[in-house]
Design a binder for this molecule. Structure first.
Ligand code: ZN
Length: 277
């Protein structure tokens, strides 16, 4: 599942490609994504200019002319393909937006999603605050609101475990199962530890580790795209340099102990029981 660095990488790549392109038409092959796509999407998006995309949590937001927003959620398995005009639709392609850029070149923007947990929406900017996917989102981990004070307020009298806490999108956005393990390993915090047991210095370690891990991964994503983006390149995933996730029975790179695999809320969780306390 794409997490914050993957979505940020897609936004960066799209901002170079879309660059005030105009939507010529849109073809929708399946409307039953995670939620049903709006009936009038084809008509409403036609002839709009696509501006610089940005990210909120794990959502890609592409502002368009007339103050509308095109929202894309990659869900569990979504990718975006930038393809030539001659592109032949393949399995699991759910919509194709045909675009003309400022140099009058045509290309297609294709959304592919085998599991169909993703979504696309189009709405006026005045509705952004109350949008059902955006209204309950917590702070951006790379923004200035992600502070010790903010975390202290959120953990007050709570006894849930820190791993579930940092993955809760209503508290902090963009962190999923993979980066949660990576962040807590870097912060030397046991994923099972309850949040009310964390002191100020632990919260500081979590904040620092979060920013470090996410920024490092965004840089890796940027490099991957610079080196590998082909005209038919798929955007959405890149090889991540992980320290603990998927590394059970490997040695911890900090202390040499064996990495453990446990389940928390039925999700695989990797950690070192020696240096994560
Ligand atoms: Zn260790």
């Amino acid at each position: 599942m794409p997490e914050l660095p993957e979505v940020e990488t897609v936004c960066l790549a799209l901002s170079k490609i879309l660059n005030n392109s105009r939507v010529r038409d849109i073809e929708i092959f399946r409307k039953d994504l995670r939620w049903n796509v709006k009936e009038n999407l084809e008509k409403d998006l036609k002839e709009k200019i696509l501006k610089k995309p940005y990210r909120r949590g794990k959502y890609i937001l592409i502002p368009t002319s007339k103050k509308y927003i095109l929202l894309i959620h990659l869900g569990m398995s979504g990718t975006i393909k930038i393809a030539s005009k001659e592109y032949k639709v393949s399995k699991h392609d759910h919509f194709k937006i045909n675009v003309e850029n400022k140099e009058n070149k045509f290309f297609s923007f294709v959304y592919n999603d085998p599991r169909r947990f993703g979504y696309v929406d189009f709405f006026h900017i005045k509705d952004i605050e109350k949008h059902f996917l955006l209204k309950k989102l917590g702070v951006e981990p790379l923004g200035n609101d992600f502070t010790i004070r903010y975390l202290q307020k959120k953990i007050y009298k709570k006894s849930r475990c820190i791993k579930n806490f940092i993955m809760d999108q209503s508290i902090i956005v963009g962190i999923g199962n993979i980066y949660a393990s990576e962040i807590l390993h870097r912060a030397s915090i046991n994923p099972l530890r309850t949040v009310d047991s964390l002191k100020k210095e632990h919260l500081k370690s979590i904040i620092d580790a979060t920013k470090f891990i996410l920024n490092k991964s965004i840089n890796v994503g940027g490099t991957t795209i610079r080196n590998h983006l082909q005209p038919d390149g798929k955007l959405g995933y890149f090889a991540q340099k992980l320290q603990v996730y998927g590394k059970s029975k490997h040695n911890c790179n900090k202390c040499g102990n064996m990495i453990n695999l446990i389940k928390i809320s039925n999700r695989s969780t990797y950690f070192c029981s020696n240096c994560q306390i």
